[in-house]
Ligand binder design. Structure first.
Ligand code: URA
Length: 439
């Protein structure tokens, strides 16, 4: 077998065998297959697709490309959560301590920003001292002792996905159903999750821009979950505008902490309750979704979720004084308001463009080696359907560079669309899919 034949086969729209997929994943993990060969094959997959069988084989090959974790020693069901990516998506920072405070153990491996989307690990690292790279022993110990640990994907766990994830980002091959499905499910399988709740984002700031593709992605991941014996539920959520108000790493930590203290934007609250109630259901902590939502709200109100977040940060070496006094977190040199030039109703705040704007300010990476600036980003003051008067503040831009600030201000004005006609608030929770509803 050789990689040139495999690339040619996919280039010519033929189906790859299980052995060929394994050969590719093995060779790429061991560096026997080069980045340019892998890039050619990934581009061929992107253009010509994969069958469900190929996607499952790719997932399983990636999931055992390194070590796998056995969480059964914890003696409790591990229910994991993952998002297909979004802008302003700080859900994990809020939902995971919340779930843990209700007695569901959380062992979560998160990612960094990809393309125009943000990543939980970059956000956590804006808390001084928080260590996202710890040993597997420490990871499991944290889960046993405090019921939660959130770390970055280690070199050893699904290393093939780690390499391919960075490669796809560098060659514009992120938005693809088999590649996203296999990337997410391989990590979840390798990290020992027994049950999985997936936030499948749909819209302008998501990798799936329409509901049809999002359904296909959800169905593919549910099928892979079934084959791998991991019950999987997908919640399809709207990502046309950023989730919540803040976009940028420490800005999102600030918003997340406020949410944990009860001050939650409506859209973020809906997503957290929808995902959280499903996680409690899968964990065997409650059959009734409405009751589950009430339990979640109760642990926000009584402070247990916030306390769990503090415990998590402390356990990972983070300095909790930055959480207790949020204005200690990294702050940009320039924070400037943007005023509306017209009156009317907000019809669009394109999440992808806002993600790009935050990236341009330094909140994301162009190349995988790039350092990110934790302090910069955008904080919106309005959301779609809000009424706006001329002269009202639309958002604040946080920048450490005057020239970038000026560019961002011009860019922002082009992104936000204001019209005279009233519009309805968009639906946030679009659909819920599980084994019973996936074809
Ligand atoms: N999140 C992942 O883990 N992988 C993808 O490919 C996209 C989002």
């Amino acid at each position: 077998m050789n990689i040139l034949d495999i690339i040619a086969k996919k280039r010519d729209k033929q189906e790859l065998t299980e052995e060929e997929i394994k050969y590719f994943i093995d060779g790429y993990t061991k560096n026997d297959i080069t980045d340019y060969q892998a890039a050619a094959l990934i581009m061929a997959i992107f253009l010509n697709g994969m069958t469900d069988r190929e996607t499952t084989d790719l997932t399983l090959a990636m999931s055992c490309s390194g070590e796998t974790l056995d969480m059964s020693t914890l003696g409790e069901v591990i229910v994991d959560k993952h998002s297909t990516g979004g802008v302003g998506d700080k859900v994990s920072l809020i939902l995971l301590p919340l779930i843990s405070s209700l007695g569901v153990p959380v062992a979560k491996m998160s990612g960094r920003g990809l393309g125009f989307t943000g990543g939980t690990i970059d956000k956590l690292e804006s808390i001084p001292g928080y260590r996202t790279a710890i040993s597997m022993e420490q990871f499991i110990k944290n889960v046993k002792e405090i019921g939660i640990s959130i770390i970055s994907q280690t070199q050893n766990l699904a290393p093939a996905d780690k390499k391919l994830y960075a490669l796809r980002d560098a060659i514009s091959c992120v938005e693809n159903i088999p590649l996203i499905a296999s990337s997410i499910m391989s990590k979840k399988i390798a990290s020992g999750a027994q049950k999985i709740v997936l936030d499948v984002t749909v819209g302008k700031g998501a990798f799936m821009s329409n509901i049809g593709d999002a359904r296909k992605l959800a169905n593919t991941m549910i099928k892979i979950g079934k084959l791998a014996n991991r019950e999987t539920v997908c919640v399809l959520t709207n990502m046309d505008e950023p989730l919540g108000f803040a976009v940028g790493n420490s800005l999102e930590v600030i918003e997340a902490v406020k949410c944990l203290k009860g001050d939650m934007p409506e859209d973020l609250k809906e997503v957290i309750l929808a995902l959280g109630s499903q996680m409690l259901l899968l964990a065997g902590k409650g059959e009734n979704l409405d009751e589950n939502k009430n339990k979640l709200l109760e642990n926000i109100e009584n402070g247990k979720a916030y306390n769990k977040f503090i415990e998590l940060v402390q356990r990972h070496g983070g300095d909790i004084s930055y959480i207790e006094k949020l204005d200690k977190l990294p702050k940009a040199k320039y924070i400037e308001p943007i005023y509306s030039q017209t009156s009317g109703y907000i019809h669009d705040i394109n999440a992808k463009e806002i993600g790009r704007l935050a990236g341009m300010l330094g909140a994301g990476r162009e190349k995988k080696e790039d350092e990110i600036d934790p302090a910069v980003g955008v904080v919106l003051t309005k959301k779609i359907a809000d009424k706006i008067e001329r002269g009202d503040v639309l958002a604040y831009i946080h920048s450490n560079d005057m020239q970038k600030l000026e560019e961002a201000k011009k860019y922002f004005v082009q992104i936000v669309k204001i019209k005279e006609e009233k519009i309805e608030k968009p639906n946030i929770i679009l659909e819920i899919k599980d084994l019973g509803t996936a074809p």
